[in-house]
Each structure stands twice: as C-alpha cells, then as structure tokens.
Design a protein around this ligand. Structure first.
Ligand code: TRP
Length: 382
C-alpha cells in the first residue's frame, strides 16, 4: 500500500478499507456534485439513476464539459468493458446498468469491450478457453440489461483484433514502458501481454472518431479501479489527434464477506452473488453476509446499526431498492434499530430471487442478436 494509506486500488488489486474521498484526491479526479447531477437531470428530462442519487458514481473526469457539449448538439458515445474470468456477479452489472440507462435516455451508442485476453494474462490458473467461454456468457448477461441492438457494438478482443489492431499499434507506440510500470506497479516477472494490454483497453476510446473521421467524445462509466488505464489514455489522446475520454467513476461494491470489493478472485465464492447461483446458494450467502449490525438484538434495538459498512445495505443501494422511499426506509430503519438484520435480509432476498429469475429469462432473449454486435473488421485503413 502507498505509504500512510490503508488501502490499494489498481486495476489488478483492490484491498483494505477504501477512503473514497481520499482516493479521489490521490487520483486527482473531480467530485460528482449537485451541479453535475442537475446536468443529467436536465438532459434526461427529469430522470436520475439511483446509482447517481445514492452516490455510488461519485467521481469523474471532464464530465461537465461532455454533458454541456451534448446539450449543445455534440453527441458522445459510451464505453465500458469486462475482463472475463468466470460468471458475473451482481456488482459487475453496476457500470452497465448506468450505461444502459444513459443509452436509453440519451439515445447514444454503446461500445462494450470483452477482454478475453486480459485475465488470461493477469491471473494464473485461468485457461484461454475458459476466458473466451466466460466472455460469451458475460456478454449475454450484459446485453440482457436492455441495450439497444442497433446502437450497441462489442469488441471481443481476440475476435475483433483486426478491427482494433490498426489503432492499437499507434497507441502502443506512444506509451513508454516506464509509464505502465509506474502506473500498474509491474514487476520484472510480469508477462509482456499485460504490458501491452493497456493499449488495447484504450483503443475503443478512439475507435468511433477513427471510424467516423471526426472527433467523437467518449464517456466511460467504470469502477474507479479502472482509472489508471484511462489516465494513460488521456495522456496520449491529444498526441494522436483524438479527444480525451471523460470518465464517471463508481465506488467498489463491498463483498458479502465484508471485503472491499465483491471480487471473484481467490477461493471465497461466498463473497459474491453470482448471476447463475442457484436459489439455495443465494439464500446461504445472504444469510451469512457481513452486516453493520450489533452483537445482540437488544443492542441493535437500542443503538441502531451502521448501513455504510454493511454488505447487504450495498445490495439495496446498488440495485434492489426499487424506489427512493424504499431505500430511505431501509437506511433509516437500519440506523435507528427498528429494522433488524434478519428481516432486512429476508426483504432483500425476495428481490434478489425475483431479479435473478427475470434476468435468466432476459439473457435467453438476447442470444439471437448478440453475435451481430461483435465488430470484426476495421472501418477503413489507418
Ligand atoms: N479491465 C476491465 C476488467 O478487468 C475490462 C475493461 C475493458 C473495461 N475495457 C473497459 C472496464 C472499459 C471499464 C471500461 O474487467
């Protein structure tokens, strides 16, 4: 960990107790203020996504200018991605929820990158075949959130390489090894795939500008752990004649066992709610989940509990509270001690089961058009 800090946040490691205001300072990003929320409110005709109102998406780079540009007739596109290594869990959907909402409200194109190379390079024990296979499975889960088939484009790294490579070459030439070593903390033993990888994650930021032959701004909603990649991107953008991407950063969603992030790495499957978990596993995981509750019922009734540290509250906050009223009811009930953890878990479980069932049905319906979203050819010579 950096000297004096109690946490680490990089694309390849999230650890410790994250102080999000401090992280924004360390990364040098801006706060999502009420003025930013007002801009979204204005553009969407009075609608705001709960991930924005509840402060999950709390940090940004250059978002105000991008939204002002859009209001003045300068369109942008959305870009986010997923490095497949296994089934998705509920937190993986969070950036894509926000993207889907933005696409629907603003009618903007969405580019999704499935990096079926990244985790093969980054994680021991994952085979290439597994990474590719999970890439397809993950893509169905993402598209099932309700993306518009006509406005959604997918880069599947190994299959889309002919489309990506002409730009990747140019991007890679601009990035010195010393930069990636400093940004990602690479060691002499790091494989060279990972050293090159950040170039591939940069390419979609510039791709529509290249394809359309004019400057098309990019907005990337992503977990704040991905910011280091895009700091590199932003540094080289102008040198290549492309606009710097704007970013909207989400907090990490705590794992059910109380870890900083709902990570799937390691051997703690009960830390995450996977989209393909059977109902009895879902029940077990939520029942055993780490909460902000007190040691005894009596104490909790008297002193109340702490939603901010609770992994079950994080479920309500990020997806399962269907209205602001419900979210406030759960939050204040928790704080005051009137809502006990067992009851809170029963209520959230009802919603988790309903969601997983509806989601499993929705993902079957996207199968027939998913393939058509994969970009496999370059738009023109470069
Ligand atoms: N590196 C991301 C992951 O580990 C995947 C990814 C690729 C991504 N492009 C992105 C994430 C753009 C956010 C935005 O899952």
């Amino acid at each position: 960990m950096p000297e004096g800090e109690e946490f680490v946040v990089t694309p390849y490691e999230v650890r410790g107790h994250i102080d999000y205001a401090r992280l924004r300072e360390l990364f040098g990003t801006q706060e999502v203020t009420s003025e930013i929320l007002a801009k979204f409110h204005h553009l969407t005709g009075g609608d705001l996504h709960p991930l924005l109102t509840r402060g999950v998406y709390y940090s940004h780079r250059d978002l105000a200018a991008l939204l002002d540009g859009f209001a003045n007739g300068k369109p942008f596109f959305l870009y986010s991605g997923r490095g497949p290594s296994g089934p998705l869990h509920t937190s993986h959907l969070v950036p894509f929820d926000l993207c889907q909402w933005l696409q629907k409200r603003l009618g903007v194109p969405m580019y999704i990158q499935i990096t079926d190379d990244e985790k093969f390079w980054a994680r021991s024990g994952l085979t290439r075949e597994e990474s590719v296979r999970w890439g397809y499975e993950n893509l169905l889960d993402i598209l099932a959130l309700g993306f518009d088939p006509k406005r959604t484009h997918v880069f599947f790294d190994s299959r889309s390489i002919a489309a990506l490579y002409p730009l990747a070459i140019r991007v890679a030439r601009k990035i010195p090894y010393s930069t990636v070593k400093a940004v990602f903390g690479f060691e002499p033993s790091t494989n060279i795939g990972l050293v090159f990888y950040t170039a591939l994650q940069t390419v979609p930021c510039f791709w529509p500008s290249w394809a359309e032959g004019r400057s098309v701004p990019c907005l990337i909603p992503c977990g704040i752990d991905q910011d280091p990649h895009f700091r590199v991107t932003r540094d080289i953008a102008e040198g290549l004649g492309y606009p710097k991407p704007a970013l909207l950063h989400g907090q990490m969603i705590p794992g059910l066992l109380g870890e900083a992030a709902m990570s799937t790495s390691g051997d703690r499957p009960d830390n995450a709610l996977f989209l393909n978990d059977p109902p009895n596993a879902v029940d077990r995981k939520v029942r055993n989940a780490f909460t902000g509750g007190r040691a005894t019922v009596e104490e909790q009734r008297r002193l109340g509990a702490t939603p901010e540290v609770c992994s079950v509250w994080a479920l309500w906050r990020t997806r399962f509270a269907e209205s602001e009223e419900k979210f406030q009811e759960v939050t204040s009930g928790c704080r005051s001690g009137s809502l006990l953890c067992g009851e809170c878990k029963s209520q959230v479980l009802e919603r988790v089961h309903a969601f997983l069932k509806a989601h499993a049905e929705a993902r079957e319906k996207v199968r027939d058009w998913a393939e058509g979203t994969v970009v496999t050819t370059a738009p023109k010579p470069l």
